[in-house]
Design a protein around this ligand. Structure first.
Ligand code: PMP
Length: 404
């Protein structure tokens, strides 16, 4: 069968995109993985979490095995509201509402699905979360990029861009931002920039799509208040997820936004999947209610922080003259930019693979794939010894690559 004449244009266009991929680990050989973006569950408090699995099935099985409410389980929403208030000082207004999503990935897809007509302009950070680029591309948004420095998106640059667009009679639908411990950069958007971004949204009449997956993983005190907490006009669509705090396997994320936006998402979600798994929602509720996430964070935060520090020390020892990098206050990633603009990290990866260490080239995190001399390093998955050894191997690979 040749399916080319059956697949529609939307998916055919998407499939034909040439996206620089993530590295596959070589078969049958141990490699040090700095390339993952996952939480490390080797210390998940299973002994504490497991009894609740049985308890929730015993008490709730009639409801949890049923079709869930499409919008989500109200008890879960109560717990999520507590999380938002505790971690990012977010309460919202009376006009705000919530909908449970299958991970915040579904929020990325659905929010752009309901807002973007093909060819509409949106703004993304350079670099930004790769899967968000995919969702926006699939929904045919035209992405414009605003650069980051060590403090995240340069809102002055955004202002210049908005002015220019306005003079050309163009508008943007939304700005997508990951303000805390960004993926991939690790940067945090300071309060002044959050305010500036919100003022610009008001002035130039666009929405802000705030994706906060990492606010729970703070290593230097509490995360800053969400941009959504500044929102008096209903301009901010906030999404977050349980993936980094409990489990990505639950596939639970949510959107917290003005009720008109939630109404549109609800209509679209009914068509797409009739709601998120009730089993996941009930399990998440009982775990959150009984503080399993806090038990996990109590272990994960000092542990990840220690690994971050070791990685920073190793980079300082070995790459001081060749590169600069972010010093993230939370999250899972350090982002390295080589001083030499000609470094092609996709090629460097081939050398690193041979040495037994993997990273992700920063290239796919740019909506135009235009930057080649950066890499994203994850510190949550490797052990402390692997971090030391891995950065050493990376340096050897880098030297070999340069002298080739
Ligand atoms: N947004 C960002 C910035 C992420 O890093 C991730 C996960 N890596 C997601 C959204 C999606 O997470 P999930 O679908 O698991 O909730």
């Amino acid at each position: 069968m040749n399916y080319n004449s059956f697949l529609n244009k939307e998916i055919s266009d998407f499939l034909s995109l040439e996206v620089p991929g993530f590295p596959e680990p070589p078969q049958g050989r141990k490699v040090i993985m700095f390339s993952e973006g996952r939480p490390n569950f080797s210390r998940f408090p299973l002994d504490k979490a497991l009894p609740y699995v049985q308890e929730v099935f015993k008490t709730e099985y009639q409801t949890m095995l049923q079709y869930p409410p499409i919008k989500g389980n109200p008890e879960l929403m109560k717990e999520l509201r507590k999380l938002m208030e505790k971690y990012v000082s977010l309460k919202g207004t009376e006009d705000d509402d919530m909908i449970i999503m299958s991970g915040s990935q579904q929020a990325l897809y659905m929010v752009s699905r309901i807002l973007v007509d093909p060819g509409d302009y949106i703004v993304v950070e350079r670099p930004t979360y790769l899967e968000a680029i995919f969702a926006f591309t699939y929904n045919k948004a035209k992405m414009l990029g605003v650069n980051q420095d060590e403090n995240g998106m340069k809102t002055d640059e955004l202002e210049t861009l908005l002015r220019k667009l306005k003079s050309e009679g163009k508008r943007i639908k939304f700005v997508y931002t990951v303000p805390n411990y960004q993926n991939p950069s690790g940067a945090t958007l300071p309060m002044e920039r959050r305010k500036h971004l919100y003022e610009l949204a008001s002035q130039y009449d666009f929405l802000i799509f705030e994706d906060d997956a990492y606010c729970y993983l703070s290593y230097e005190g509490k995360a800053l208040p969400a941009i959504k907490s500044l929102d008096t006009e209903g301009r901010v669509i906030f999404t977050s997820t349980l993936s980094k705090i409990l489990s990505p396997g639950l596939r639970i994320g949510w959107v917290f936004a003005n009720k008109e936006i939630v109404k549109a998402l609800l209509a679209a979600k009914e068509v797409i999947d009739l709601g998120v798994s009730g089993i996941s929602q009930y399990l998440a509720t009982i775990w959150l209610r009984n503080g399993i996430h806090e038990e996990f964070l109590k272990i994960a935060i000092p542990w990840y922080k220690q690994k971050r520090d070791i990685m920073l020390e190793m980079l300082d020892e070995l790459f001081r003259n060749d590169a600069h990098w972010t010093k993230p206050k939370g999250g899972l990633f350090i982002y390295v930019q080589f001083n030499n603009k000609k470094v092609n990290t996709q090629k460097l990866l081939e050398y690193a693979k041979k040495k037994g260490v993997l990273f992700v080239s920063g290239q796919p995190f740019y909506h135009d794939f235009s930057v080649l001399n950066t890499i994203r390093l994850n510190f949550s998955m490797p052990t402390e010894d692997e971090i030391k050894e891995g950065i050493r191997l990376l340096k050897e690979a880098y030297d070999e690559y340069l002298s080739s």
